[in-house]
Design a protein around this ligand. Structure first.
Ligand code: SAM
Length: 280
């Protein structure tokens, strides 16, 4: 029996094309089209947006995005084995799906898509954090994307939304909450994936704010936060040693205490410190 989009069910597609999940590429596929449509709906109004999807695999989420009315989808996939399947989807949605064979780390989405752009992806685990940090730390704001709807391991999702003082609070929390509004939209159990991973997952919805909550230079903020959380239990004066000889005075000038620990410092506090260090 065909699925609602006129294409065969995903299990059939995978069997027909002899696809086998490759661990090295982080392949855990979503095969339930009701679930992929639900994830696509989290992303907001797709009819008025182009969508960047990283790692479409056999195209479950891609089909969800197209069925939910995405204006256009650019799907970037590293595994050549998935391309014939994706071409079939492209043929079923004429002019709406462009498939690029390549590494997501090397692609310039603006060469293919028009604003507004929403990013929706069940990310490969090995490049998920790197892509997220890149998307959160461009020199200028607002970024090329309006929203990010991303699947992560649940622990990573919790770090993105964590508040100061909690164990999960860290670099990702500060970078995500500085210029965006992140929230956990859905939790996804291991059974939803084929093959079944050991970990639980969650979809995080990150909406770009029109302006940063507090002024700071992105490069300086990233550097300070990375150093501070590299030794999260140490006091700021030790964790940030080496950044500048007068680090204690800078910390005080930013309204913080040299004895504070990174896990207690708010986003506002880190931005103040980044401004102090940039002013030098
Ligand atoms: N979106 C599909 C789904 O939800 O069923 C597949 C998700 S799977 C977790 C991650 C996908 O990313 C795989 O298809 C994998 O081949 C692809 N991938 C891995 N590394 C990649 C990279 N550097 N650039 C683009 N795609 C990559």
């Amino acid at each position: 029996m065909m699925a609602a989009d006129g294409l065969p069910p995903l299990r059939e597609v995978i069997a027909q094309h002899g696809l086998r999940a490759k661990k090295a590429l982080g392949q855990n596929f979503l095969l339930d089209l009701n679930l992929t449509a639900k994830i696509a709906r989290q992303a907001g109004d797709l009819g008025r947006a182009d969508v960047l999807e990283i790692g479409p695999g056999p195209g479950g989420l891609t089909r969800g995005l197209l069925a939910e009315g995405a204006r256009r989808v650019l799907a970037v996939e590293k595994d050549a084995g998935c391309l014939p399947v994706l071409e079939e989807i492209s043929a079923a949605f004429p002019g709406r799906l462009e498939v690029v064979h390549g590494d997501a780390l090397d692609i310039d989405p603006l060469a293919h898509l028009n604003a507004p752009i929403r990013v929706v992806a069940n990310l490969p685990y090995n490049i998920g954090t790197e892509l997220l940090v890149r998307w959160l730390t461009p020199p200028d704001w607002p970024p090329f994307w309006q929203s990010l709807t991303l699947m992560f391991q649940k622990e990573v999702a919790q770090r993105i939304v964590a508040q100061p003082g909690s164990r999960a609070y860290g670099r990702l929390s500060v970078l995500a909450q500085w210029r965006s509004a992140p929230r956990i939209a859905m939790e996804i159990p291991p059974d939803a994936f084929t093959p079944r991973p050991k970990v639980h997952s969650a979809v995080v919805q990150i909406d770009a704010l029109p302006e940063p909550r507090f002024p700071a230079d992105p490069g300086m903020l990233s550097a300070v936060v990375a150093k501070a959380f590299n030794q999260r239990r140490k006091m700021l004066r030790s964790a940030l040693k080496g950044l500048t000889p007068d680090i204690e005075e800078r910390i005080v000038a930013a309204g913080l205490r040299p004895t504070d620990r990174a896990e207690k410092v708010s986003v506002e506090g880190f931005c103040a410190l980044a401004r102090e260090l940039s002013a030098k």
